[in-house]
Design a protein around this ligand. Sequence first.
Ligand code: RIB
Ligand code: CA
Length: 342
Amino acid sequence: MAQPIIFDVDTGIDDSLALLYLLSSPEAEILAITCTSGNVPARQVAINNLAWLELCGKPDIEVALGSEVPIVAPLMTTEETHGPQGIGHAELDPPRGGISPRHATEVWIELARSRPGQIIGLVTGPLTNLALALRIEPELPRLLKRLVIMGGAFDHPGNTLPTTEWNIAVDPESAKIVFDAFSGLPADRRPIVCGLDVTELIEMKPEHLVRLARVAGSTPEELLSPDDAYGTRSTASNPLVRHLTDAVRFYMEFHVTHDQGFLAHMHDPFAAAIALHPELGVTRPATIDVELAGTLTRGQTVADWRGLWGREPNAEIVVSTDPAAFFDHLIDRVGTFARTLT
Ligand code: RIB
Ligand code: CA
């Protein structure tokens, strides 16, 4: 029985690979994709998802527009990280399909009510849509089977400000609403949180793309290099490999210009894999809260590992994983799926 998923995104290069991974996974049933502003504005996020879905032969999955701005903070986006349209150098055909008439909050609430206790909510962008849905339907934490979040940094530096991670930093108020609302659940229903502590272990390198192309039967095999001309386009015979390579190259160019090496932190595909296979990560319970007033630390996710606040844990934070095993899994899935597309 496939696991039904609501996938809330700010697509983004790694959100794109997370989508491809879910589409490649027979045990995943994407009920809908809900879009929020983050890496790029929400409407562009929706267009990106429609385009990837049509490339992958899955035009019928609903793509709904959510909040175009955070609930309090002014909108910030990061085209420098993900490219002007949010998919790096990839140039996908403009989608023929349209955005759903339903708002993202309607999608969250109506789906959760229709299949109580069955759906996993997977959020790989700011938590704005989920926070807005919680305001309308406070029972959402108990209507979902589980929530999986890519977000936060706990015992690890931030990637947006010294102590903040992007998804939380874009909309800290929404993040606090979500962590507060998902408090008090049984241990096996607590949100699973993938912060930078673990997602920055997921370093996609050029050889991973070579392996994926090989599984897909795509030629030529292209070993990306930081010495390549900026924006070199893939000539891969397989369309999914070609567009994914163009997207990821942009991300690697960004990381190398920020002294992180010619690699790409694949935060969101890891969170997607955890949603389907939580055994891929080791978790520890903690109480998470979000700093909203800090002059230097606004948007920081604070983890109380020892109950010093006297509050019950409200999350299971992923504290370790086996990156090589994850990449074996990801490459096998996405490469095999790509082979079905010609
Ligand atoms: O901090 C990394 C997260 O922020 C990822 O989800 C990336 O796509 C951006 O949304
Ligand atoms: Ca994202």
